[in-house]
Write a new protein. Structure first.
Length: 253
């Protein structure tokens, strides 16, 4: 339980991006995403420049492109939703390859795809260059509500424990010859989900009692995350500052 919790998203490197304090990167990514969302969807060229900025950060951090693309698959459900919009959104119609599509739907799909993809890419870059423990420490330094920080911390610490419990249950089912092949087996999977919930709840009670016996009073100790210098804040501000210039050009041109 007390061991470090490395995550598959993190890519250990010794780069200028990795060395920046976590709270600087959190603020930079948040500002970047807000600027991207504020950009008019008609400024198509601006989103290309945003992508180039993120690509530059990835090169500087030496994060492999394959790693980024693989982790960005999480947005596939949003892509599927966006692709439906040109067919279901009412309004003016236009023909694309002989298919009548909604013009507002096309713009809406582009808006979701462009801004969503850039937001996911920025988040994956943040996770790839920042350890989870440092993210929690950065949230503490940014004065996020203590309860929220504790929830995030517990999710990080015990998410792998619950996943391990789920894997052991899966191995136990397979060792007894069970394979989920259709609707008939949903009952077994539902019972497994219920058993996992009970086990997780009981484990949570044991963990809470162990914490109370060690002096836990409802607040976690502050993690020893070093502060950031003016130079580090300046380096972190380069990405959102350049993005802000692009956004302003997008509104004026």
């Amino acid at each position: 339980m007390g061991a470090g919790h490395a995550h598959a998203l993190h890519v250990p490197r010794d780069s200028p991006v990795h060395r920046l304090p976590a709270h600087c990167k959190l603020v930079a990514v948040l500002c970047f995403v807000l600027i991207v969302v504020s950009t008019p969807r008609e400024a198509v060229w601006a989103f290309g420049l945003y992508a180039a900025l993120l690509a530059g950060v990835a090169v500087l951090a030496r994060v492999p492109p394959g790693h980024l693309l693989k982790r960005m698959l999480v947005e596939v459900p949003f892509v599927a939703f966006a692709l439906l919009m040109p067919f279901v959104v009412p309004g003016e119609r236009t023909e694309v390859l002989g298919v009548a599509l909604s013009v507002p739907g096309l713009w809406g799909a582009w808006n979701i795809l462009a801004k969503g993809t850039l937001g996911v890419a920025a988040s994956v870059l943040l996770a790839s260059t920042t350890e989870l423990r440092s993210v929690v420490a950065g949230l503490q330094r940014l004065r996020l509500p203590s309860l929220l920080v504790q929830i995030v911390s517990f999710m990080i610490r015990y998410g792998d424990v619950i996943a391990g419990e789920l894997r052991r249950m899966s191995v136990a089912r397979r060792s007894r010859g069970f394979e989920a092949r259709g609707v008939r087996h949903w009952g077994v999977l539902a019972k497994s989900a219920g058993a996992l919930f009970i086990r997780s709840y009981e484990r949570g009670e044991r963990v809470h009692l162990a914490m109370v016996s060690r002096g836990y009073t409802g607040a976690m100790p502050l993690l020893d995350e070093a502060g950031a210098s003016r130079a580090q804040w300046t380096h972190a501000a380069v990405l959102p500052a350049l993005a802000l210039v692009v956004c302003l050009l997008g509104w004026t041109l």
